[in-house]
Design a protein around this ligand. Structure first.
Ligand code: NAP
Length: 613
């Protein structure tokens, strides 16, 4: 199986310079990291109560009005919290095993999760659509492009949910407020802000990786007299246009955007095209590799053999994440980097390199790869001062790599400025604009591309607490970090499933994680229903065992995390704070985790689980 052809610039993807002086790079990267350490971390973000002046930051710009459904009461086999890809996959897998008495709740007014909220101009998935969009083999849907637009993904989720009849199970614009276990009936009682009371035998939760918008804790943020919004609540009434751009409302507007993560780099080209002027406030640059999007080769797509999607997903994870010498079906920037590293390892030590040769080759090839991308910045951005600001000095997987063909050229426009806030942070926001050092940038609009709340406790992020067996509170149990068995179940909280990155594994293609987790959880639910098992929870030994495995993995990753510039992957530089879901999983081989789960299911013994019949 091969990937479709794309048009390539032959000068790209092949580092031209070999790196000899590793020390120079180590020092330079450490200096760049240290510049950011004092002004990053969760402390730079306000825990915003989205009220009063800030109410609009969390308001749903897509809903047609408030919820109109009257309060509901129901006894359910399962309550699924969250209608993103995880909730959708869970619903589909439940229906496949004949379970229909379930509800899927979400704060949003439709299915889609991330793709419901994020409708900023330029929004696209940076993972190949063929491995990202779930259930492509079942639906027969052919993605139009290799990297699909957000609007196409959102439309696909809607048609997927219609096809599998999930709308009849959905309750939108509803937030869970509390959840309590009743030992006598072995049911969860779940209450919502819509006055609903559900009694559910099983509950699945995910506090959503990218669910709560995050605003930077910049002094004076509430004083700004112009307009402002977060990228996940884009205000097209103000900017004009839609997700494809055409932001005609900005023709006479001076615009500022804070943040140059994956969202910023997709939205900025559209702002630059339409705004009267644009100032980009950047703390850490994103690595920008070529995008190489292309229309889907339909003949190729339709010729793929049964079972291709799973195979392609596994191959991507093995190659991209684990440097496994597998055949790589996908041929994109993630894989090209992995292959470059594999080649360097082979050159250093053949098929059986020593650990030292392996580590040396990984480091050296990473510097070479980044030299290539820094050269690319110089080749595209004409002003050397601007170009320098856009170059990344951190190891590739310290932050999520970015891919774009239209981001860097933006900085050749006279109307676009870039302000580096890595060593001189934004000092304050005033009525008129943004102050850095002794300069005030006066603007009409401030857009926050500042991401989503991460490094807080599980219950903080979820927005509700859980009262488990014998009065145990989840906020207490998870206060210093989650504690589960395989990432799914936690002792004293029976029949409650935790999904997502909580103590599971790390993958770049989150769709693959979701698919595996939904199938695994639904297997457990199905077995309980079939065998009339009232309640399941891990044994204390099994949970402790999993925590011990994860602690070992955290130790293996610690040195790497310490060398990285702050970001999600190292909990914004706080590597020993275990509350962050992203640093808590297995280090490396995602597919080994999935294979472990598969083997556990095949055994069919519920190993490590205490059951109540
Ligand atoms: P993000 O990755 O968290 O980026 C937030 C940005 O805001 C960073 O550039 C950050 O700088 C900056 N920032 C925060 N506070 C700041 C301050 N006080 N001053 C200056 N800059 C500040 O958020 P995101 O770009 O919205 O992405 C969120 C997640 O969604 C990411 O994991 C991303 O990969 C994913 N995503 C995926 C796609 C896709 O195609 N699949 C598209 C968009 C987003 P620092 O880097 O210095 O912290």
């Amino acid at each position: 199986m091969t990937a479709p052809d794309t048009t390539r610039d032959p000068h790209l993807w092949e580092p031209q310079r070999k790196v000899d002086d590793l020390e120079w790079f180590r020092k330079k990267y450490a200096e760049e990291r240290d510049k950011r350490l004092p002004n990053t971390g969760a402390d730079t973000f306000q825990a915003i109560d989205f009220e009063g002046r800030f109410a609009d930051f969390d308001a749903d710009p897509h809903a047609e009005g408030p919820r109109t459904t009257p309060p509901q009461t129901a006894d359910l086999d399962m309550l699924v919290i969250g209608a993103g890809f995880m909730g959708i996959s869970t619903g589909i897998e439940l229906k496949k095993i004949g379970v229909t008495n379930f509800k899927i709740l979400d704060v949003a007014a439709d299915f889609g999760g991330t793709w419901y909220w994020n409708r900023y101009p330029g929004v696209r998935c940076d993972i190949e659509s063929y491995i990202y969009l779930p259930y492509l083999e079942e639906t027969g849907y052919v993605p139009t492009e290799r990297y699909t637009r957000g609007s196409e993904i959102f439309a696909y989720t809607q048609s997927l949910c219609k096809q599998f009849g999930l709308y009849e199970n959905a309750l939108f614009q509803t937030r869970v407020t509390e959840m309590e276990w009743d030992e006598d009936t072995a049911r969860w009682t779940v209450r919502t802000d819509g006055g609903d009371v559900f009694r559910a035998r099983f509950v699945s939760t995910q506090s959503g990786l990218f669910s709560r918008p995050q605003l930077p804790g910049i002094p004076g943020i509430e004083k700004f007299a112009g307009h402002s919004f977060h990228t996940s609540r884009w205000d097209y009434d103000y900017t004009g246009g839609d997700t494809t751009g055409n932001l005609t409302g900005l023709r006479d507007k001076r615009v500022a955007i804070i943040g140059t993560g994956a969202t910023g780099i997709q939205a900025i080209p559209h702002l630059a095209e339409h705004a009267k002027s644009l100032v980009v406030f950047q703390r850490t640059p994103s690595q920008i590799a070529p995008r190489e999007n292309a229309p889907t080769d339909v003949d190729w797509f339709e010729s793929l053999p049964a079972g291709w999607q799973k195979e392609r997903r596994v191959s991507f994870d093995k190659c991209a994440m684990d440097r496994a010498t597998a055949d790589c079906d996908v041929d994109d920037g993630w894989i090209k980097f992995a292959k470059y590293q594999l080649r360097a390892i082979y050159e250093a030590g053949g098929m059986e390199p020593t650990l030292e040769q392996y580590m040396d080759a990984m480091e050296r090839s990473d510097y070479e790869w980044n030299e290539m991308l820094r050269d690319r910045v110089d080749a595209i951005v004409k002003d050397p001062a601007k170009a320098e600001k856009l170059k990344t000095y951190y190891r590739t997987m310290c932050k999520r790599p970015g891919f774009s063909d239209d981001f860097l050229p933006v900085f050749n426009k006279e109307s676009v400025d870039i302000v580096d806030t890595s060593s001189t942070p934004i000092d304050r926001i005033t009525e008129k604009g943004i102050v850095v050092g002794d300069r005030e940038y006066e603007v009409d609009l401030i857009i926050y591309a500042t991401g989503f709340q991460q490094g807080r406790t599980w219950t903080d992020k979820a927005g509700y607490d859980v009262l488990g067996r014998n009065g145990n509170r989840l906020s207490k149990k998870f206060a210093e970090g989650a504690s589960t068995y395989h990432g799914f179940l936690s002792k004293d909280f029976p029949n409650l499933f935790f999904l997502g990155f909580v103590q599971s594994t790390q993958v770049s293609n989150i769709s693959n994680l979701i698919d595996n987790q939904a199938r695994h959880m639904v297997y457990m639910v199905g077995k309980c229903l079939k065998e009339d098992i009232r309640a399941i929870e891990p044994t204390a030994e099994a949970e402790a065992g999993w925590n011990a495995v994860l602690a070992e993995h955290a130790e293996m990753r610690r040195d790497w995390n310490l060398t990285c510039t702050p970001g999600h992957y190292n909990n914004e530089g706080r590597v020993d704070d275990k509350r962050s879901t992203l640093v808590g999983g297995l280090y490396g081989p995602g597919y080994e985790y999935f294979e472990m789960l598969e083997k556990w299911r095949e055994d069919d013994t519920f190993d490590g689980i205490a059951t109540t019949r």
